[in-house]
Design a protein around this ligand. Structure first.
Ligand code: NAD
Length: 476
């Protein structure tokens, strides 16, 4: 085992749990560590630590709390190489992609550092001698549950903002990528975060259920697949918590005949294959409008340049590889044409790793499973249609709604598509239209349950409750 056994992080200290499972690197099959499968007593201890820490932490001024995050931002910068290596080992993505995660975590921390400016309040004399003011107050103990595909970035969608706003947290990372969570806790502690403000509780389904049910947890964010997002959203709100649950995705990239060939080709290929296609903003379906074969040929060429083990990372596990290859096989059996087939990929020197090569499937039709379900691998399906309206209908039929993209040089076409698409994040000649901060991240439909975006200025509302104060100072 490469690293020592992981433990929970409760009240500023490591805390063992009774049961543990192996953590295997998808890069080469090496056992990295073991991760606790926590029980109710472990969760109760983490929540109790967070509850104890809440009064002192929440009573600091916002500037005092942000001082911790100024230091933490620099810790992320200084430890970028180490964090990126761990992320690469546990998740399988490339070192460059792992560094991009750390950079995004820095950006998210910087937004939290700007809270003193963002929160500057409003006061209005509402009647003669009567002032009304508003202040945002933290909720108490909150929780964040995250998926395997972004071990560093997705937790930072919530951690800096929720904590800088005065909440204390119980964080449940994916059991498939648990190492980054403990690194985050260590760096926050080094930055001066008091013990108990941030706690890490490892585990699986039963810890998630315990978080949803726990009477002392006030709010939960979840990021993961749609079936689990539905369970978490209904269970957490069923126990009267504030909840925001981000689900899966199936993103459509519409290619118009006038699209710039070189840009579109490299951009679509990067969107489909970046992070081995394990992104909720990845290209899943290229909707080819009219005669665009000259662009599709270049998409295939650009995808061929993406090489497993070099600039294409591993998928998360052997079972994920088999699931992805199952989708490809079934689509081909149903009549799809493989322009590029990434099945049975083996990377020399990493024979025990889990790799799928770039795959491009043409002539995918709406009745195929691959057209409708999230594959979550480096697989691009091509669906054909005659005109923009046909492309819009394909996009709108999807039950998901994270990203929708159009490649064109015509501003009116771009605007018409942006207006009609049923998705929360639109790209115009941008294959992965993740909004940069302070614009918030959030999809529509079955990609998001709950109100608002999970990042950006809007997330301040999620992590706080407003208090309105009406004052009248009576003079003699
Ligand atoms: P997942 O739903 O399997 O797991 C997410 C978390 O839920 C993990 O911490 C896991 O331990 C827990 N969990 C798993 N099964 C559970 C169950 N039955 N009950 C309660 N908790 C359970 O997701 P994943 O495979 O880790 O991540 C990939 C998914 O996340 C993809 O669908 C992807 O699209 C989605 N995702 C969405 C966004 C977004 O913003 N919409 C962002 C990143 C990833």
């Amino acid at each position: 085992m490469k690293y020592s056994a992981l433990e929970n992080y409760i009240d500023g200290s490591s805390s063992p749990a009774e049961n543990a499972i192996e953590v295997i690197s998808p890069v080469n099959g090496e056992q990295l560590s073991t991760v606790p499968v926590s029980g109710k007593a472990d969760l109760d201890a983490a929540v109790a630590a967070a509850a104890t820490a809440f009064p002192a932490w929440s009573q600091l001024t916002i500037r005092e709390r942000c001082d911790v995050f100024y230091r933490y931002r620099n810790q992320l910068q200084d430890n970028m190489d180490e964090l990126a290596r761990i992320c690469h080992e546990e998740n399988g993505k490339t070192i460059a992609e792992s560094k991009a995660e750390v950079l995004k975590a820095i950006e998210l921390t910087e937004l939290a550092c700007s809270l003193p400016n963002l929160l500057a309040g409003k006061v209005l004399e509402v009647s003669k001698g009567f002032d009304c003011s508003i202040q945002q107050e933290p909720l108490g103990v909150v929780s964040c549950i995250t998926p395997f595909n972004f071990p560093i970035m997705v937790p930072h969608w919530t951690i800096p903002m929720a904590l800088a706003l005065g909440n204390t947290m119980v964080f449940k990372p994916s059991e498939q990528v648990p190492l980054s969570g403990n690194e985050t806790a260590a760096l926050l502690s080094q930055a001066g975060l008091p013990a108990g403000v941030f706690n890490v509780i490892h585990g699986d389904k039963s810890v998630v259920e315990g978080i949803c049910d726990h009477p002392d947890i006030k709010a939960v964010t979840f990021v993961g697949s749609t079936p689990v997002a539905k369970i978490v959203y209904s269970r957490a709100t069923g126990s009267y918590k504030r909840a925001l649950a981000m689900g899966g995705a199936k993103n459509h990239l519409v290619v118009m005949p006038d699209a710039d060939v070189a840009h579109t080709a490299s951009n679509v290929a990067a969107s489909a294959c970046g992070c081995a296609g394990q992104r909720c903003m990845a290209a899943a379906t290229l909707v080819a409008v009219g005669q665009v074969n000259h662009i599709i040929d270049e998409v295939v060429e650009a995808s061929r340049q993406i090489v497993p083990g070099d600039n294409l990372g591993a998928v998360i596990s052997e079972s994920a590889k088999q699931r992805i290859e199952g989708y490809i096989t079934e689509a081909i059996e149903q009549g799809a044409t493989a322009l590029l087939d990434g099945r049975d990929t083996v990377v020399e020197g990493c024979e025990e790793g889990s790799y799928v090569g770039p795959t491009v499937l043409d002539n995918v039709t709406s009745d195929m499973r691959i057209a409708n379900e999230e594959v979550f691998g480096p697989v691009l399906s091509i669906m054909r249609t005659d005109d923009l309206q046909g492309a819009i209908e394909i996009e709108q039929t999807s039950p998901f709604g994270n990203a929708a993209v159009v490649y064109t040089q015509d501003g009116q076409v771009a605007q018409a598509f942006a207006d009609a698409a049923s998705a929360g994040m639109i790209g115009v000649n941008v294959g992965v239209p993740v909004p940069r901060e302070p614009f918030g991240f959030g999809g529509w439909n079955e990609s998001r349950f709950g109100v608002g975006d999970i990042t950006g200025q809007g997330s301040i509302q999620f992590w706080t409750q407003s208090k309105k104060i009406t004052s009248h100072w009576v003079s003699e």
